[in-house]
Structures are given as structure tokens and as C-alpha cells.
Design a protein around this ligand. Structure first.
Ligand code: AMP
Length: 220
């Protein structure tokens, strides 16, 4: 692979970005940086960032650009990102996309592509409502698409599986609305920069994984 591969995973909540990132990690030597995971950890730790973010997240709203950008830039400045990153859930606004562009340029890096998971609302809702997460190691499952071997228990660490508060029906609706209002514009933004690579987000995870690997093998 090239020295470094920096890609953005773009698409609505429930597009399967996290699932693909977990699979791609095994294929490419890049780090998975999920702003949702970072913010959930900050809440768990009770940090100042977590305290500020919690209310927005519980309502399914975006946390302020400045807060999340600061966290991402700090993360990107750590040496373990040198081989590249898969950014999952960031950027979510044009403002964040511009901040990311400036930050990468300052570090002498660039985006190699924006993988856009084109996904229908029906599929996104089905995935979000069935998603279950391990309380201990944060591995994701799905009640029907990707069930654990034993109901309610993580295959990897034996931790308890739970449903994220923001995966409950009322918040899911709001998250999809927020995506349309704030994030969907990024598709055109990156298309106009000729950075957009479109994949079928409705496809089953294993099929989509093969498609993505084929796309990036040539660049890696
Ligand atoms: P996710 O796990 O990506 O679905 O993110 C969960 C929640 O974290 C979102 O609904 C937002 O409240 C917040 N969040 C994550 N990433 C961002 C971002 N780039 N900008 C603003 N809010 C974010």
C-alpha cells in the first residue's frame, strides 16, 4: 500500500460505515477514527467534552463543529495515524470538511478519497433499530443481519449487548433528518472536488466489503 491512505466514510447513520471500517482494518494498515465512538468515550469518562456533547447526542443533533473538529485534529496529530485513517462520522458539515482540508494540508497530508455509502432510508432504519453494541468492547452486532452466537452476549469478550439510546425510533428519525439537512450536501461538495467514490450502501456487508477492497487494492 501507499505510505498513507486517508479516506472519509460518508453516508447516513445506518449506512454500515462502522461495519465496513471494522472489516477494512484487517485488510489495510490504517486507523479507524470514529467521532461518534470518540464522543461516547468522552461521555463515559465524564470529560468536559463529553459533558458538552451528551445533550446534543441524546437528541440526535450534531455537536458543535468547533468541539468535534478540535477532537479530530488532536487525534490526527498522534503518531499512530501516520499510515492513514478512515474517518467515520466526520466531516458531517461543509464547515467541518473545510477544517479537515486545512488541517490535513498543514500536516502535509491529503484525502485519498471519500467513500460514499449511498443508502436508502428503509435500509438505514432497519440497521439502526436492530443494532446492538457491546458495553465492554463496543463491537457492533445486528439482531438479524449479524447476530451474536448467544443472544445478548458479545462473541469477543462476553460483555453485555445493549441498544444505543440514539438508535431508538424517535431519535433515529431525527438523526436521518439531521443528515439530510446538514450532511447530505457533502456528497456534492466532494463530488465537485472529484474525490467522491460511490458504493451501494444497501448491499449486504460481505458483498460491499469485497467491492470496497477491489476499489482500494489498486491505490494501496
Ligand atoms: P455516530 O456514532 O457517527 O452515529 O454519531 C453519534 C452522534 O455523535 C451523532 O448523532 C452526533 O450527535 C455526534 N457526532 C458524531 N460525529 C459528529 C460530527 N462530525 N459532527 C457533529 N456531531 C457528531
Amino acid at each position: 500500500m501507499s505510505k498513507s491512505l486517508n479516506i472519509v466514510l460518508l453516508g447516513p447513520p445506518g449506512a454500515g460505515k462502522g461495519t465496513q471500517a471494522a472489516l477494512l482494518l484487517k485488510e489495510f494498515n490504517v486507523l479507524h477514527v470514529s467521532t461518534g465512538d470518540m464522543l461516547r468515550s468522552a461521555i463515559k469518562e465524564g470529560s468536559a467534552v463529553g459533558k458538552e456533547a451528551a445533550g446534543y447526542m441524546n437528541r440526535g443533533e450534531l455537536v458543535p463543529d468547533e468541539l468535534v473538529t478540535r477532537a479530530v485534529v488532536e487525534r490526527l496529530s498522534k503518531p499512530d495515524t501516520a499510515h492513514g485513517v478512515m474517518l467515520d462520522g466526520y466531516p458531517r458539515t461543509i464547515n467541518q470538511a473545510e477544517s479537515l482540508g486545512h488541517a490535513l494540508a498543514k500536516m502535509g497530508r491529503k484525502l485519498d478519497g471519500v467513500l460514499y455509502f449511498k443508502t436508502s432510508d428503509a435500509v438505514a432504519v432497519q440497521r439502526l433499530s436492530g443494532r446492538r453494541v457491546c458495553r465492554k468492547c463496543a463491537k457492533n452486532y445486528h439482531e438479524t443481519n449479524m447476530p451474536p452466537k448467544k443472544a445478548g452476549v458479545c462473541d469477543l469478550c462476553g460483555g453485555e449487548l445493549f441498544q444505543r439510546d440514539d438508535d431508538k425510533p424517535e431519535t433515529v428519525k431525527n438523526r436521518l433528518k439531521v443528515y439530510q439537512a446538514s450532511t447530505a450536501d457533502l456528497v456534492e461538495y466532494y463530488r465537485s472536488k472529484k474525490q467522491l467514490i460511490e458504493v451501494d450502501g444497501d448491499a449486504a456487508a460481505d458483498k460491499l466489503f469485497k467491492d470496497i477492497v477491489a476499489l482500494f487494492k489498486n491505490r494501496a
